[in-house]
Design a protein around this ligand. Structure first.
Ligand SMILES: Nc1ncnc2c1ncn2[C@@H]1O[C@H](COP(=O)(O)OP(=O)(O)OP(=O)(O)O)[C@@H](O)[C@H]1O
Ligand SMILES: Nc1nc2c(ncn2[C@@H]2O[C@H](COP(=O)(O)O)[C@@H](O)[C@H]2O)c(=O)[nH]1
Length: 188
């Protein structure tokens, strides 16, 4: 049976980087493209990184019960996992990987139980998050501050996850993620 792998962490901890690596390993895994009401940033394209929806369209889909889970992750910025996206991937017999905030990650884990592996990506420190977000260069300074302000709160959820991966040394974190996910898909 196809399985679910959830990555959650504060902004800048390295979820997207580790997921990108995982998707390049030739495993039977696809990315669950979330919906969001935030604006695309940089080179992001609709239907690739996200389904970019207007706030009105996002609300319409909430009312229509189309989300497996959704959160207002940042003020006025909604993000959600569409049931149709997950059902389609799983029904093809493909494992699915999620990049979602901590509350969303724990909600998906609660829904799918042992069929899901929840991974918390722990950064070395909040200061490291700042350095990484500044270096990434995709967000305005005020957005970075807003994200950092939530980081400690998000880290308090870590013990509720199945496993915590420390992302200080990137090669080490990659190796650990690959081992965890391969084991889970094969035997978990
Ligand atoms: N171990 C690491 N050492 C140094 N830099 C790293 C490491 N892991 C990721 N990075 C870099 O940190 C930045 C943030 O990583 P990434 O975008 O993957 O974070 P994220 O958790 O997905 O953030 P967000 O929630 O904002 O999307 C990227 O520029 C990435 O290249
Ligand atoms: N609860 C959910 N959180 C989600 C979903 N998709 C993404 N996210 C999280 O939002 C923040 C910000 O993402 P960014 O792309 O603006 O940097 C990050 O923590 C994501 O993990 C979702 O479907 N549900």
């Amino acid at each position: 049976m196809a399985k679910l792998i959830i990555f959650s962490a504060p902004s800048g901890a390295g979820k997207s980087t580790l997921i990108r690596f995982l998707l390049e390993q030739g495993l039977n895994i696809r990315f669950s493209i979330s919906a969001t009401s935030r604006e695309p940033r940089g080179e992001e394209k609709d239907g690739v990184e996200y389904y970019f929806l207007t706030p009105e369209e996002f609300r319409r889909r909430i009312a229509n019960n189309e989300f497996l889970e959704y959160e207002e992750v940042y003020k006025d910025k909604f993000y959600g996992t569409l049931k149709s996206e997950v059902d389609r991937i799983l029904s093809e017999g493909t494992n699915v990987v999620f990049d979602v905030d901590c509350v969303g990650g724990l909600n998906i884990k609660r829904i799918y139980g042992d069929r899901a592996l929840s991974i918390f990506v722990m950064p070395p420190s909040v200061e490291t998050l700042r350095e990484r977000l500044e270096k990434r260069g995709t967000d305005a300074p005020a957005v970075i501050e807003h994200r950092l302000a939530k980081a400690e709160y998000e880290m308090s959820f870590a013990p509720q996850f199945d496993v915590i991966v420390h992302n200080e040394d990137y090669d080490q974190a990659k190796e650990e993620v690959l081992r965890l996910v391969t084991d889970f898909i094969d035997n978990g």
